[in-house]
Ligand binder design. Structure first.
Ligand code: LFR
Length: 488
């Protein structure tokens, strides 16, 4: 009988469940099911379908229950951050959760800072100011007299809401609460003063837990539906980025990471929060990581740009799009991937074209030109953020580890190495699921510590290193990028 960990890993555009097992050779992983995740637009708002996500998890569990040679040791769930479900006194969900792409939080930080100064909020939380942080979502809902929030007894972040559906137990996991901007970065506990401003107290949340703690076991209902027994559900690093960073296969501690998916999260791992005037003005975040670490990082709009274009192009394959980009003219037009224009436009291709024409650059017309513009702009933005990170990081940065689905994109890896001027190590592409499994293995006592697991991943997963080339061409392009993005 194979002892496996069942990882649920949900991103903003797709989700998957994965079985992981440790063998003497390393970590073996097997996909159970993959499914899309959709933004649902109705009556002027954007939502997620939490029930549909739950249904896919149940399907995954059923598939595993059919496998005669597999025994699940535990289950762990990680998802994207900041979104949450309002739960009524009777334990029922009050509404589908809003998506962080909903425009209702435009201007929300500024409104909140009238009550609590921006500096104070940053001093407590160390979290970068982004409109969609749960802190600002909650304040927006309060200001709009949202009926679900008014009736809510508890608030559950997405991974915690799904764990609740599986176990009936309500928890608030530390990493997901941290990216929500509700945790004090120093005490690593919810910041009561912020909760108070939102008309909330700790009693409006589930039991506060750290990665590795047990949440509960599958309910009788889930056991009946899936055919499984009373398997434990473990709080992993519920925030997907925290799970991904846990699995960086670094042997040299002087590294930075780029967790590449819908978002590109670039940062370093630190022992404690780095909350200074510089980190505040450059808007770097101090999110809670595993094992007491902090993820000092910045959000960069990532594959979202391409995912949106691709959806409109009829899901053309990535290799095809990458080949078209490679065959296009270099540095024809550049964009700032983080411009608000790209947050959630009705037509991404059009938004990119508008940006280029407004900034007096050639307007990309072909698919290849659009994709080239996205990849080159991302590589140059990575350079910009890495340059900033070097000034903030407590340690030097000698290697950039690109992890997550985006690390499969060889062309972007090559261009990233050229742009940042240090070696880029690509992989693992399933970093998030691996991090999820690592925490479960620690909880089960199968693994000793994070460091030894990172070594094991380094040994058992094939990684590719890209060395910088053509750096003078990229240095010139970077100056051009800075000019274009500064004036626009
Ligand atoms: C990545 C991620 C980022 C978070 C963004 C929105 O999937 O979790 O870390 O800032 O999604 O939640």
């Amino acid at each position: 009988m194979k002892q496996c960990f069942f990882a649920v890993d949900l991103g903003a555009t797709s989700g998957r469940t994965i079985l992981g097992t440790f063998t003497p050779e390393g970590l073996e992983m097997e996909d159970v099911n993959r499914f899309p995740n959709h933004l649902i637009e109705t009556s002027g708002h954007f939502y997620w379908d939490i029930y549909e996500l739950y249904r896919h998890i149940i399907e995954g569990l059923k598939i595993v229950a059919q496998k005669k040679d597999v025994e699940i040791t535990s289950i762990g769930i990680d998802t994207w951050g900041v979104d949450f479900v309002c739960v009524g006194k009777d334990g029922g969900f009050l509404r589908q959760p809003y998506s962080y792409r909903d425009p209702h939080t435009a201007g929300a930080p500024e409104a909140f800072f009238k009550k609590v100064a921006r500096k104070q909020v940053y001093e407590w939380t160390g979290i970068q100011v982004m409109n969609f942080n749960s802190l600002f979502q909650l304040d927006t809902l309060r200001r709009n007299n949202d009926s679900a929030l008014a009736a809510a007894d508890k608030l559950l972040f997405i991974p915690d809401a799904l764990s609740y559906m599986l176990t009936g137990e309500m928890v608030t996991e530390y990493t997901i609460a941290s990216t929500a901007q509700l945790v004090n970065a120093n005490t690593r506990k919810p910041e009561d003063a912020l909760l108070r401003e939102l008309g909330l107290t700790e009693s409006n949340f589930g039991r506060f837990v750290y990665p590795g703690e047990k949440i509960g076991t599958l309910t009788k209902e889930v056991q009946r539906m899936t055919g499984l027994g009373d398997i434990p559900v473990i709080a992993v690093a519920g925030h997907d980025t925290a799970s991904a960073v846990a699995s960086v296969p670094a042997m040299n501690p002087d590294f930075a990471y780029l967790s590449s998916g819908t978002w590109s999260l670039m940062g370093v791992e630190t022992k404690g929060p780095v909350i200074t005037e510089e980190t505040e003005s450059l808007n770097f975040t101090n999110e809670g990581g595993v094992d007491g670490t902090i993820r000092l990082l910045k959000n960069i709009c990532g594959m979202w740009l391409l995912e949106r274009c691709r959806a409109a192009w009829g899901q053309t394959s990535y290799p095809e799009l990458i080949a078209e980009a490679n065959a296009s003219e270099p540095f024809r037009s550049l964009i700032n991937p983080d411009d608000v224009l790209f947050a959630n436009p009705a037509d991404m291709e059009q938004a990119i074209q508008t940006y280029c024409s407004d900034s007096h650059q050639p307007v990309p017309q072909t698919r290849g030109q659009i994709v080239r513009c996205i990849f080159e702009s991302l590589a140059l933005r990575y350079r910009q953020v890495l340059d900033n990170l070097r000034t903030l990081s407590p340690h030097p940065i000698e290697t950039l580890h690109v992890i997550g689905g985006g690390s499969r994109n060889e062309l972007l890896n090559r261009w990233t190495a050229n742009a940042v001027g240090i070696p880029v190590v690509a992989g693992p592409s399933e970093a998030t699921a691996i991090g999820n499994i690592m925490i479960q293995a620690l909880a089960a006592g199968t693994a000793k510590d994070i460091a030894s697991m990172r070594q094991l991943i380094n040994r058992s997963i094939s990684l590719e290193t890209f060395y910088p080339e053509d750096t003078d061409v990229w240095d010139t392009a970077y100056l051009h990028f800075k000019q274009v993005t500064m004036n626009h």
